[in-house]
Design a protein around this ligand. Structure first.
Ligand code: SAM
Length: 212
């Protein structure tokens, strides 16, 4: 699996022009341990895979692109909405390092339990998994340097904007049939957002999500 992982990381580095820190994180995190056993042999194909409950682990290129867009730095406090398998949280945790912290919220308790088990087994002490409705953010640990959402929202949830630090950044897919990935930057005057391009994510649920 290590050879396949290296091949994937090298390919993403070449195709996307990854920074050294994102490349190293993709190279280090064992994606196959976050994938259900029956899909394990496809772990290092650059595709999303089913993780149960109608959800997916995102494709590695999408994880890498979101990390680059967020410009993650050592020591940052990051909020992830949509833990899923826990893989993306592990990649983020590698980049923010031991002085950093990743708070990750998952709506489906069974997925949260499995993700937490895998993250603990791999020694990611700086990732905290919380079961709940991440469309409302997570007020107790706010504000966050960076926020990212791994499910598509109808619009950018107001609580997430409020819980972002001034000077912070958020990456979020927005839309239902046509979805676009937005990069949101917050300063003293408010927010500025730009559209990175078309994407495909599962829908965000909860209070500021889709009613499905
Ligand atoms: N980041 C994940 C990974 O590395 O495997 C992929 C996440 S999957 C594409 C999206 C996840 O968002 C699903 O696990 C889904 O249950 C979760 N989700 C959807 N709505 C949510 C909400 N309101 N709060 C928290 N999690 C939510």
């Amino acid at each position: 699996m290590e050879i396949e992982r290296k091949r994937l990381a090298e390919r993403l580095k070449e195709e996307l022009g990854l920074s050294e820190k994102v490349y190293k994180a993709i190279l280090k995190v064992p994606r196959h341990l976050f994938v259900p056993e029956r899909y394990r042999e496809d772990s290092y194909a650059d595709i999303p895979l089913p993780i149960g409950y109608g959800q997916t682990i995102s494709a590695p290129h999408m994880v890498a692109i979101m990390c680059e867009l967020l410009d993650l730095k050592d020591g940052e406090k990051v909020l992830e909405i949509g833990t899923g398998s826990g893989y993306h949280a592990a990649v983020t945790a590698e980049i923010v390092g031991k002085k950093g912290k990743v708070l990750s919220i998952e709506y489906i308790p069974e997925l949260a339990v499995e993700a937490e088990k895998n993250l603990k087994m791999l020694g990611y002490e700086n990732v905290i998994v919380i079961v709940g409705d991440g469309s409302k953010g997570y007020e107790p640990e706010a504000p966050y340097d960076k926020i990212y959402v791994t499910a598509a929202a109808p619009d950018i949830p107001r609580p997430l904007i409020e819980q972002l630090k001034v000077g912070g950044k958020m990456v979020i897919p927005v839309g239902s049939m046509d979805q676009y990935l937005y990069v949101v930057e917050k300063d003293e005057k408010g927010i500025r957002k730009w559209n990175w391009g078309a994407v495909r994510f599962v829908p965000l649920r909860g209070e500021y999500g889709f009613k499905c």
